[in-house]
Design a protein around this ligand. Structure first.
Ligand SMILES: [Zn+2]
Length: 411
């Protein structure tokens, strides 16, 4: 994996495929050549993405229209272009922007690494490590970092990362205090879905904040270790943390958080006749028992029965300024996330977009409204992205003419 060079293989005396030794050598050579081309192709893709986003920024008219005087044309054009690339490449827009960012850093700050990468002789994870670290290095350290990383390029990713971190911290003249202040600015909270109806909630905090939070959770969990308590210390800590952070699944402590969660329950499940799973917010599958429990008892949940769905008020032109609760609930069920293909932003955090604007006689009906996150709402209104809705669903057309169908409803 470290040596993409073909020269390493000692040729057998007889290149005869009837010998297993020969076939094995051919197999290894094929794998090495494939890796070389794959890495080259990735580098070329990053470069193409970076170049395209730069064109969008320099020549925004290719992508934008209907701008207001306060709009930043370049910024909107880059959004529209990133969305266009994301749909064509089947990637998230974040991935598109990251690749452009990484290519930009490698090209300008570590040209030797970039050159090896373009040749296919610098592993992709190692290139990402270099981009990640050089982003935080002061300008006078770039050259030395570039040289050192090019020298270590054949190390396997975990060893490469350790070496690269060591070199970077040696080259970074900033004091520990400055580095800590810089790192503390990166604190954040994020969620990662896992399998079997689980997920991770990650907090990246200062060590003091972490210690304090953990000590509190640990103390409260230990206080709950009374005779008869069957949960393990780990389980107690997890439940305590979930309660403290306002988790709605942890316990009954859900009032007053202002969080509304839609729980979707198949009606046959609710009646106890079947065990078809339900969903939370139309996305996360939950087992039948949990779905029944939440639908039955938790007041902070919006309950949605998946069948039969009738009697939903969809025609409400009499009061076009207002999106009625029924329509909103129906919408959240049919469109649990932003209507832009590939976007994962939950509908609860989205704007409700009128496909045909109310000013152009668009109606506030299910056929004409849908959730768009703030980003994609702006992209739709101020760039050349366009959207049509009809009985069969949603079609998006990109500024460069690529069409794509919206994701189907969740059943
Ligand atoms: Zn979106």
């Amino acid at each position: 994996m470290n040596t993409p060079s073909l020269a390493a293989a000692e040729p057998p005396l007889l290149l005869d495929e009837t010998f297993p030794e020969t076939r094995v050598l051919f197999g290894m050579a094929r794998a090495e050549v494939a890796q070389l081309s794959a890495t080259r192709a990735i580098a070329e893709q990053w470069a193409a993405i970076a170049d395209t986003l730069r064109e969008a920024s320099d020549f925004p008219d290719v992508f934008v229209e209907n701008l207001r005087p306060t709009d930043n044309a370049s910024e909107l054009a880059v959004r529209a272009a990133a969305a266009d690339l994301a749909v064509r490449l089947g990637m998230t827009e974040n991935a598109v922007r990251n690749h452009a960012h990484e290519a930009g850093l490698l090209r300008t700050r570590t040209p030797h690494v970039w050159a090896w990468f373009r040749e296919g002789e610098f592993a992709v994870p190692n290139a990402r490590t270099v981009a990640d670290l050089v982003a935080h290095l002061p300008e006078d350290a770039w050259d030395a970092f570039d040289t050192a990383m090019a020298e270590h390029r054949l190390l396997a990713p975990p060893r490469f990362r350790a070496r690269a971190r060591a070199v970077a911290s040696r080259l970074d003249q900033a004091t520990l205090t400055e580095r800590h202040q810089r790192a503390a600015k990166e604190r954040r909270v994020w969620m990662e879905p896992a399998v079997d109806g689980m997920a991770w909630l990650n907090l990246h905090l200062t060590i003091e904040q972490c210690r304090r939070a953990f000590a509190t959770i640990d103390r409260m969990a230990r206080n709950l270790q009374v005779p008869g308590e069957t949960r393990t210390l780990n389980q107690l800590r997890a439940d305590v943390a979930a309660d403290l952070l306002g988790g709605v699944l942890g316990s009954a402590n859900t009032r007053g958080t202002g969080v509304s969660i839609a729980v979707t329950v198949p009606v046959m499940t609710l009646l106890g006749l079947e065990d078809t799973p339900g969903t939370l917010d139309g996305l996360t599958p939950i087992d039948a028992d949990t779905a029944r429990r939440l639908a039955g008892h938790a007041p902070s949940f919006t309950r949605i029965l998946t069948h039969p769905i009738t009697g939903t008020v969809l025609d409400i032109d009499r009061n076009p300024e207002h999106i009625p609760a029924d329509l909103l609930r129906w919408q959240r069920f049919m469109h649990p996330i932003c209507d832009f293909p590939g976007c994962g932003r939950p509908a609860a955090e989205c704007d409700i977009d009128h496909t045909i604007a109310k000013a152009d006689n668009g109606t506030t009906t299910d056929a004409n409204v849908g959730p768009l996150c703030r980003n994609h709402h702006r992209v739709k209104h101020h760039t050349k992205w366009s959207l049509t809705r009809d009985a069969t669903g949603i079609t998006w057309t990109s500024p460069t003419g690529h069409t794509t169908r919206g994701d189907p409803p969740p059943f």
